[in-house]
Write a protein that binds this ligand. Structure first.
Ligand code: DX5
Ligand code: ZN
Length: 216
């Protein structure tokens, strides 16, 4: 099981130490929640913070772009050191072109869908997506309650990916803790994002719990 801590809930004044703790606990990547105040009603980080994270860890950096025009800004997130850009299917952009532009600039592409967006909207993009990110809360804030219908979506996505021999990884984002995480793992998720659960407790212990959900 791969775990991707979202630093949105870390103690930003000691971000470096928090990242060291996550690295030691076996975090597989870092999830960077970028919000523009338009696509979602909240503002968070930009490329400068991401390059600071890049200097601190060698793990995969995934930038979750909750912004209106990822086609205008993707380059600065790649230059900041993102390994993969997670792009919402709800954005009004040309996905084939953006996917190619991202690849040409040296990063990978992942597609994201909101809880109310049917899986069918992401399916045509899956063969060219390293990650399918299923939102299990409405994007904008950490600390929200997991939306249970996501579990069916994970199952549906798992069966489509397996049936079609794709290697797209299924990632789930929002309201993940030891209980909801287990539901996602059992339904076929490969990667779990977690912000408030990991950073509101003992980081080492909580990442350990999430990483071991597959065996439990
Ligand atoms: C929501 C973000 C998530 C969120 C996760 O808009 O994309 O990554 O911060 O937070 P938790 O794990 O607290 O639900
Ligand atoms: Zn996210």
């Amino acid at each position: 099981m791969k775990i991707s801590p979202s630093i949105i809930s870390s103690k930003l004044e000691v971000l470096g130490e928090e990242i060291e703790k996550c690295d030691k606990a076996g975090a597989d990547s870092y999830h960077l929640d970028v919000m523009d105040g338009h696509f979602v009603p909240n503002l968070t980080m930009g490329p400068d913070l991401i390059s600071a994270v890049r200097r601190k860890t060698k793990k995969r950096l995934e930038s979750h772009l909750m912004i209106d025009r990822p086609d205008r800004y993707y380059k600065s997130f790649v230059e900041a050191g993102s390994d993969i850009l997670l792009i919402h299917a709800e954005c009004l952009v040309n996905f084939k072109k953006l996917r190619k532009d991202i690849a040409d600039s040296g990063a990978e592409f992942g597609i994201v869908i909101n809880p109310e967006t049917p899986l069918s909207e992401a399916l045509p993009l899956l063969p060219e997506s390293r990650i399918l990110l299923l939102m299990s809360v409405h994007p904008g804030f950490s600390g929200q309650k997991f939306i249970a219908s996501t579990v069916d979506k994970i199952r549906e996505a798992r069966s489509y990916i397996d049936r079609n021999g794709l290697d797209t990884e299924i990632e789930v984002d929002g309201g993940i803790n030891d209980k909801t995480g287990k539901l996602c793992v059992d339904a076929g998720a490969d990667i779990l994002v977690s912000a408030s659960y990991i950073f509101s407790g003992n980081i080492h212990e909580r990442i350990g719990i999430l990483k071991n959900l597959k065996q439990d």
